[in-house]
Design a protein around this ligand. Sequence first.
Ligand code: SAM
Length: 295
Amino acid sequence: MHLAVNKTFLLVAHRRKKIEMVNLDNILNILKERRSMDFSGYRKAMLVRRIQKRIYTTRSKGITEYLDYLIENADELDNLIDVFTINVSRFFRNSLAFEYIAKIIIPDVFLNKAKENNKSLRIWSAGCSFGEEAYSMAIVINEFLRKEPVTINLNIFATDIDKKALARAVAGSYNIESIKKIKCGILTKYFKEDKGSYIIDDEIKKLVQFSFFDLINKNIAVPAQSIYGGFDIVLCRNVLIYFNPDHQKIIFNKLYNSLNKNGYLILGEAEVPIEGFKHKFRRENKFCKIYRKIG
Ligand SMILES: C[S@@+](CC[C@H](N)C(=O)[O-])C[C@H]1O[C@@H](n2cnc3c(N)ncnc32)[C@H](O)[C@@H]1O
């Protein structure tokens, strides 16, 4: 008897799971066809959780009703993309990592550039969201150059698949949440307050080039604007966590190939180099996820 109940339960659970997957595939196909965005490489559990959020917000009775709603309301496609592409970011997120970048990495990079008489510094913020990470890097470098003036051709590329986030990054206007971690001196030096928003200084804004770039597109290795890889520092933080292992591999290949020999790779706090890449990077600091490309 007990066994029979369990069997029935398993069958129902299995059917429900199957139905969920069919609906999930339908939803992903709609996004691909209508918005040219492919979310099939994202972790399924994460996508299902986000869809549930939209089901609740749109007051749909379930996944099937939500699917109809999605088909009939073009705006809902954008709302769904918004919840799939989690844009949470902040200036100087993981302050320890930024301390290490400012105190160790940037001086080391400039020292090596001087030794090699190399006057180009190239940085990539991959999955830049609203631009906080890329602008934080620009501020760190600007602070360094104020103390140690050298001529350098600085290129900071910042890319994302979320066009709305990119537009906000270009505008450079932030709310109080984004700027919470900024030290007072830096805040007053590089931001102007306007009716509760904090606008980044033009001097910093012009150092960063924002563009659309899909990290899981197998056909393109680096953002078009960057012409070729050759990056000294690549930041890809809090992006890999959203992808399944196959797609993490696609992304990691791009990160690895875009970096110069001895280049720095900076990951999010919950991220590490994946299988197949562990031996290609050396960890630089035991408290933050900062790695160096070996060889
Ligand atoms: C949580 S935010 C991370 C922002 C920043 N790197 C940080 O750590 O504060 C993740 C970003 O990755 C972007 N993203 C997701 N999938 C992507 C893809 N396939 N290609 C490029 N960016 C992607 C999202 O749009 C989002 O802006």
